[in-house]
Design a protein around this ligand. Structure first.
Ligand SMILES: [Zn+2]
Length: 438
């Protein structure tokens, strides 16, 4: 200990090269040991041995009681495959008989928008602090999550604009849920079996995603997690569930089964989307969570991802809804043609005739409220052969749509065009709205 103390003091005062100064051995041992009984060693210990040994002093002696000296993750650039990861592996195999890590995460390097290496002389360096200043830290985090970090990634103004756009769309998804969950209470909840099929289908998708999200995070596949959630938020929620359910959420009576079912599912969605996205959109999800559950001790980051009941999985229903959504796409596309031509302003002005060749699909369409699904005021479903001029989508064979205007007057409350508008005690309303007004 006394010798070591002298070595340490000498290193601190004069640097490690003091070892090579003539007479260092004698000076260090003087009065403690006979210098002639010792050989001073001048071999160089490989720098990789040093870095490869870090687990021994960083992990082994941790005081947190849970550590077994094995790291959960070693993370570094791909250049460390033959460097740090490798020297750590060799060193730990010698001392522990196993790798010092459970996982190795390696990443590529960040290039500019054109795929060029960043350098000060080229002036193409993107500084994280500036991105944070311009866009906020969550955009930078989202960019990382969107990238395949296992290879080199690109960053620049145009790429960040795309990231900001994805962010805005997700934010809108959360905002829609927050708005439509205002005042939600447990008493409103509807059992899954009593919900319309649309809600049951959303729960099926949630059960699928639950598995995929957990598996993705466990494998450090942030890109996979984000892509699956983003696709779900945009194509399943915004384009279908929210789009279809706006009408019930805004216009149904507060106690309608349809509206209560939608709100029950929105609540289940809320708890999952916020906790699933919290590791990526740290600040935004906290913001969203606190908007609904304010309080000094409240935080989305203290929430576990909720367990998802396995009986939400419903592959039969999902298969049926593949067909329903295809027919919906064809119908909406047919109405879009009329909207572009200014024949109608909104799809609710239409009551299309949908010709369906496949008997099973026709039965499926008849088993749900297809007018509601296609956001029209009425729809006719028929097995009759479609006229040649009917609208068809090449990717949806066997479905043809003939446009017709919806008969009746426009309800001043829900904007559906229905024959009974104007026949109720509340003026200019349909039967549903009249009842909702009480
Ligand atoms: Zn109405």
């Amino acid at each position: 200990d006394a010798v070591n103390a002298r070595v340490v003091a000498a290193f601190e005062a004069e640097g490690a090269d003091v070892w090579y100064v003539q007479g260092f051995k004698e000076k260090t041992l003087a009065g403690l040991h006979d210098p002639d009984a010792y050989d001073q060693i001048f071999d160089v210990l490989d720098v990789w041995f040093d870095s490869g040994s870090t687990h021994a002093f960083v992990l082994r002696d941790r005081a947190d009681g849970t550590a077994d000296g094995i790291a959960d993750v070693y993370m570094e650039g791909t250049d460390q495959h033959r460097g740090w990861f490798h020297s750590s592996l060799l060193q730990a195999c010698g001392t522990l008989g196993r790798a010092p890590y459970r996982n190795v995460v390696t990443h590529g390097f960040t290039l500019d928008e054109k795929g060029m290496k960043m350098s000060k002389s080229l002036g193409n360096t993107v500084v994280p602090q500036e991105i944070i200043k311009d866009y906020g830290a969550d955009i930078l985090r989202l960019w990382v999550a969107q990238a395949d970090y296992t290879v080199d990634q690109r960053i620049g103004k145009e790429i960040l604009k795309g990231t900001a756009d994805s962010y805005r769309r997700l934010r809108n998804t959360m905002r829609f849920m927050l708005g439509n969950l205002a005042g939600f209470e447990d008493a409103e909840r509807v059992a899954v079996k009593e919900m319309p099929e649309l809600e049951q289908w959303v729960l099926h998708r949630l059960a699928e995603l639950d598995v995929e999200v957990r598996r993705g995070y466990a494998a450090f596949d942030f890109q996979g997690v984000f892509q699956k959630l983003f696709t779900f938020a945009t194509t399943d929620l915004s384009a279908v569930f929210f789009d279809v359910r706006k009408d019930a959420l805004y216009c149904d009576a507060a106690n309608s089964l349809r509206r209560r079912s939608a709100r029950t599912v929105l609540d289940l969605l809320f708890h999952r989307l916020t906790t699933w996205l919290a590791p990526i959109l740290v600040f935004t999800m906290e913001d969203v969570w606190l908007s609904r559950f304010p309080g000094a001790d409240s935080s989305v980051h203290l929430q576990d991802m909720p367990e998802t009941p396995s009986d939400w999985l419903n592959p039969e229903l999902a298969a049926k809804w593949v067909g329903l959504r295809a027919a919906r796409r064809a119908t909406i596309a047919a109405l879009e043609v009329q909207r572009s031509a200014k024949v109608i302003g909104a799809s609710l002005e239409a009551a299309p005739v949908v010709h369906v060749e496949d008997a099973a699909l026709l039965a499926a369409l008849k088993s749900v409220n297809f007018a509601e699904l296609s956001i029209t005021s009425a729809v006719q479903l028929t097995a009759d052969p479609a006229p040649a001029e009917a609208f068809r989508l090449p990717e949806v064979p066997g479905v043809a749509v003939v446009f017709e205007m919806a008969p009746g007057e426009k309800c001043a409350r829900c904007w559906q065009i229905l024959p009974d508008v104007g026949t109720h005690s509340h003026p200019c309303t349909c039967a549903r709205c009249n009842a909702a007004l009480g």
